[in-house]
Design a protein around this ligand. Structure first.
Ligand SMILES: [Zn+2]
Length: 166
């Protein structure tokens, strides 16, 4: 039986890559990443995204938002990607299949992604209530936050963004 991801002995540390990307994101998302890391190991794969990369994402259908209005395009970035680790390794995506039966490809590993998202959602709520985070967050697996996970054509499970005000 493999060990689960929960690790509260404070032994998780960010990689150099994660720290580099974290330096480009809004302080709220930095606080969230640190709080989640203390429980579940993760990699911060992407923060700010420059124009040439945003153009490529739009071209390949991985983003519907052209430069410069994408949440990754601001400085600091209002969006960040978290990749959950289990046993020191990225859980990956697994085989693409239409598990939901709605003509949108899902990932074999999505159950782990949704478990991880639950932790991030709860942590963000706690940090918001306690005043550590000013903003609320949106998850790329449930863009409107209504807990209906099947209705979205773009399921960006690694994507977390802060709600912009004004
Ligand atoms: Zn994203």
């Amino acid at each position: 039986m493999s060990k689960g991801p929960i690790n509260i002995d404070q032994s998780n540390v960010f990689s150099a890559h994660s720290l580099r990307e974290l330096a480009t994101v809004h302080p709220d998302l930095r606080a969230l990443a640190g709080a989640v890391l203390s429980i579940w190991d993760l990699k911060v794969s992407e923060g700010h995204r420059p124009q040439h990369e945003q153009d490529l994402h739009v071209l390949e259908g991985r983003s519907f938002t052209p430069w410069p209005v994408g949440t990754h395009n601001s400085r600091p970035s209002d969006a960040v990607h978290f990749l959950p680790f289990v046993g020191g390794k990225f859980i990956g995506w697994g085989v693409k299949k239409d598990f939901a039966g709605d003509d949108v490809p899902d990932y074999e590993a999505m159950y782990h992604w949704y478990a991880f998202a639950g932790l991030v959602i709860a942590t963000a709520a706690a940090l918001h209530v306690s005043g550590v985070m000013e903003s609320r967050v949106i998850w790329g697996g449930d863009w409107d936050g209504d807990w209906n996970f099947k209705e979205h054509k773009l399921r960006d499970l690694a994507h977390w963004e802060r709600v912009r005000h004004g």
